[in-house]
Each structure stands twice: as C-alpha cells, then as structure tokens.
Design a protein around this ligand. Sequence first.
Ligand code: SF4
Length: 432
Amino acid sequence: MASKRQIDVGGVKIGGGAPVAVQSMTKTETADYEATMRQIHAVAEAGGDLVRCAVPRDKDVEALRRIVLESPIPVIADIHFNYTLALKAIDAGAHCVRLNPGNIGGPDKVAQVADKAKAAGVPMRIGVNSGSLPKHLHELERENSVEALVRAAVEFVELMESLDFQDFKVSIKSTSVPNTIASNRLLAERIDYPLHLGITEAGTKWSGSLKSAVGLGALLADGIGDTIRISLSTFHAEEEVKVAWEVLKALKLRQRGPELIACPTCGRLQFDMDTVVAEIEQRLEGYEEPIEVAVLGCAVNGIGEASHADFGITGAKNEGLIFAHGKPLRKVPQDRLVDELFVEIDRSLERGRTEFEAGKAAEGAAWLERIEEENADELTPERIAKLEAEAARGDSAGGPDGNGATELPQAVEKAPLDESVSPTEGRRFTRA
Ligand code: SF4
C-alpha cells in the first residue's frame, strides 16, 4: 500500500504519490569537501534526486555547512550514536537528518533532535536495521525476525508522534531480501508514512544489484516504497544511482534516458554482439532522450519483437541493417553498423523526426526479406516463443480440438514483412 503522507526534502517530495526518489550515499570523508563535492556531482549527473553524507565528527559538520550550499541536490546528514551531531547538522543546513532512534541515547535525546528539526522545518528519516534492534525485541527477533523489525519501526513511529513530530520517512533495512520484502509489506499496512527502501550491505556491483533489484523490485511492483537507495560495495556512488534507475525504468515507474534491448544471442549470431552491445550501451550514456534501441544478433527473424524500438540494428555475415520504428532504414557494412546507427539517431534527434529514403529503405527491406526467406524453417527462440504464445492462447480458448490441446505446427510460417517502407515520419523527441 503506497504511503499517504508526503514529506519535502529540500524541494524533493517523498511519498503521497510523488515519483519514487533515487538517492545514494557519498563514500568519501565528508570533511574532505573537494572529494565529497565531486562525488555529489557524479551522483546528481547520474540522476540522483538526493544524496546522503555520513556525519560522524565535528569536522564533518563544518564541511557539511559548505556542502549544503553548493550541492546541486538536497543533502541528508547521516547520524549515528551522537545526537549533538544531529543538532549541529540541522544548524548547518542539512535538508534532512537520518537517525536511528534506538542508538541515539534515549527518548530525551530524540526529543531534542525532533524539537530542533521541527523548528527548522527539517524532515527526518528514522531507520531500523536488522543488526541493531532494541534489547526488549531480541527475544521476538529470535522467534520472528520480520515481526521484530516491524515492531521496532512502529515503536519509533509512535515515539516521534508522541513528540508531536510527523515530518519523517521510515526505513527497515535488512541484509535478507525475503525479510526486507516481508517487513516492508507489513509496515506499509501499519503506517502511512513514506518508506525508504534498501537492502543493507547488498554486496558487489553484480550481486548487490541483483539482490536489490529483486528485493526492491518486488516491493515497488506492489506500490510500496517512496525513495530507494541501492547499496553497493563500490567507491563510485553514481553506480548505485544507475542501478536504481534501471530498477525504476524496468517497472515503468520513472523514465530517464535511453533504453537498450538486446537479444540473448544463440548459435545463429552473426557478429561480435558482446562488443557491439557494450559499445552501444556506453555511447547511449551520453543521451538524455528516452530512445529505445534494439540489437538483434541475426536477421533471421526480421525485425520481429524489436519492431516497437525507435532504432535498432541487426546483422548478417558482412553487412547489417539499421531499422527505425519497425521499418528498414538502410543497409550498412558490418564494421560501420554502430557508427552509422548513431549517425541516424543523431540525425533524427536533430530533425525531430526519422526520415526514410525510399531507395535505401527498399534495398534494406529486400535484404531482410531474402534472409528471412532463406531461414524460413529455422525454429529460432523468438519463433518458438511466438508459437508457444499462440499455443497458450489456443489452450485458454479450449484449443482448436475443444479439449484444450493445441499442437505446434511443424513448419514455421514466415512473419509478414511490413511493406510500407516509404518515407515515414518517426516519433518526435524532445530534448530534456
Ligand atoms: S535467433 Fe534470436 S536470439 Fe538468436 S541471434 Fe538471432 S535474434 Fe538473437
């Protein structure tokens, strides 16, 4: 259940139906102003809406004072154990303070921070970590760790409410993906404050991204979660932001920049797809437009399932085809495929539309048709998927024999090629 309440962190709305905000945490010593600012800029350029900085010492507060003034995105001060640092961070202009009410020295200390935050109009994030639950919940933790996490979070919420402070978001962090999912689902039923999601100590860029995508993705798909942080063991905080965006883009919750789709490849692959896909992905990072680019490892299936892409390439042995909006644009030599793809993308962005040249488009269509014809009997992964989908549809309709049975045809019907390759205006793009 999505949170009903909304807070405002330095102009970024969290909860209450606002877009899910992306945040990361700097990995520098906050006291190192130059290094911290460099990382904050990297986070902001990658699309971070918010950034958090650790504030464990007075010298970090001093740097924070300058950082909040110069940062292009709101800054959250991350405080543990020392409530006076929270008070100082608010004085320094932090846009939000994150603290764990369980480790800050008792309710009277929490009350002092809440009073100051309220007076300054600074929201807070109150968080529970699986490794640091209050003592009175340790027995429950052994019996039911999910209930213990939720109980701790709800107790903190009640504490803040008893202090007449409601300007906060809540996080439950666990290293366990199932516990993160279960506890946040339960918490979302019990409170209506915005939720910060993350898998704590998720791991390396590879495993941590996957764990986070599974855990956060399951919750976000249910409408739970208002801001996310992907925790990765990398010094490059912007990598966390990129992963967060991929999660949000995959769920169609937010849109940012291009989307690359690529076939998984198989034995019909006709060119060095690994290198080509990596190069296209890297070059697309320079674009802000929401273009969808498809890479198909062979032309056996025609444009097929990539027909919705704005641009795409597919290759045979020595030559390849650039297509756009489901239609061939032109044939190019294999070694020019990527460069010419970007020529077409740039040209289209510049003109605001994709222009098809009739002669080249017809030549490309004929090439594609020949390859499809030559391979009409190939059972490619795409054709098998299509046949299975058709069979499933037949099953759900009771099947052609009325008994729910649908046989896969022996011969594969060639997919019809769209013949309308005459000059066509493509989708218009607006520059962000
Ligand atoms: S048959 Fe499909 S998966 Fe195999 S290379 Fe061609 S497009 Fe890729």
